[in-house]
Design a binder for this molecule. Sequence first.
Ligand code: UDP
Length: 412
Amino acid sequence: KDGEKKRILIGMSNTGGGHKASAEAIKAAFAERYGSKYEIFIVDLWKEHTPAPFNTLPDSYSFLVKNAFLWRFTYEVTNPRLIHVPYLSVIGSFVAAGVHGALDKYQPDLVVSVHPLMQHIPIRVMRERIRNGVMPPTNFATVVTDFTTCHNTWFCSGATRCFVPTEFCRQLAVSNGMDPDQLVMHGLPIRPAFSRPLPPRPKLRRSLGMDPSLPAVLLVGGGEGMGALEDTVEQLGRRLGDRCQVVVICGRNKRLQERLRARPQGPGHLPLVVCGFVDNIHEWMGACDTIITKAGPGTIAEALIAGLPILLNGNVPCQEEGNIPYVVDNRVGAFETRPDRIAGIIANWLLEGGPEQRIEFEAMGRRAKSLGRPKAVYQIVDDLAALADEPFFDFGPAVEALAGRRAATGAA
Ligand code: UDP
C-alpha cells in the first residue's frame, strides 16, 4: 500500500469521557503533524461492533461506577490475569465476528486501543487473520489513558507497543508481564490545543465573560459533571461572597446546569459562570487561578499543562485512586472531599493565606507546569505513525519480533 493513505483504527468506548478525549487528541495531533497522510477512524468497538448484551458496555459502566461497592467488586474480581484472560477469551468467542467485521470495514494499517477492554480480543482476532492470510502483518498499540492505578486488562503482551503515562503505570505494566522493550513513556495524549499559547489572562477572561481581575476558580466533575458540585458552589459562596468568581463546567449534567443558573447573582453573591459540556477547557483553565476536580486522569494532566494548583474533591473508585497521592506527593495540590473545607482551602490559597501561602501557591503552579507533558501527544503520534508504516506484528510474544528487528537493523 506504499504511497497510499495509511488507515489507523482507534478503538475506544465511552466509559467516562477520558477515552474519547484521548482518541480525539491523537486524531487532532495526527492531522496537525501529517495532514491527510493518515486516515484516522475512532470506533466504539463494543457499542458499534458487538451483539447484545456486549454492546451495552458504556451504559453498564455508567451504572456500575455510580455504585462504589458494585464497581469495586467488578474491578477487583476481574483484575487478576488468571481471571480476566480466560474470561475475555470466552467473551471473545461471542464477539469475534463483530471485531472481524470492523477489521473488514476499516482495513487498518495499525490498530490502536485507548480502552482497557480492547487488547486481548482484538489482538487474538488480528493474529488469526494474519495467520490465515486475511490481513497483512499489522501492528497493535495500546495507549493507556489512566494515569497511575489502572486495570490490568490494559496490559496484554501480544501488543506491539504499550504507551504508559507515568513511571507508576510502567511498573504496573512490567509486573503484568510486559517486556520493558514494549513500553514507551511519553505522558497522556492531551489535545494539541493545550500546548498552544493563549491570549493574556485579562483579555481571555473578558472573551469568556469573566471578571478580568477577581481571583477565579474552575470547578469540574469530569465529562459527566460528577461529585458534590452544587454543595461546593454553596460553600464557596458562603465563605467567599463576591471576593472570588467561580466557573462551573457541568459536562453532560444538564440538571446541575439548570440548578446553578437559578442561583441568585449580584452584589454580595458569588459571581458564577455556568457552562454545559464545553470544547475549550484549555481556555477556561488558562483563565482561572486554580481548579477543583475529581481525580480524572485527563483533567489532571490538562491542569498540570496549564500550571494550575489542583484541589481534588473525589475520585472514581479503583482506577482513579492512585491519582490522589500523585497530586499530593508531587506537591501540586491537595485532596479534600468536604465542601466546607474545600471552601476553606480555596480561601486560604487565593485570598486569606498571607505572603508565605502566596509564595507556596505560586510554587505549586510552577511544579504543576513542570510535570505537564504537552508534547506527549505528538511523541505518541510520531511513534504510532512509524508503527503504521512498518508492520512487524508477531504471532508469538511481540517482544521476540522487536528483538529480531533490532538485530536486523543493527541497533543496540
Ligand atoms: N471535558 C471536556 N468538556 C467538558 C467536560 C470535560 O472537554 O465540558 C473533558 C476534559 O477536558 C477531559 C475529559 O473530558 O479531557 C474528562 O476526562 P477525565 O479523565 O478527567 O474524566 P472522565 O470523564 O473520563 O471520568
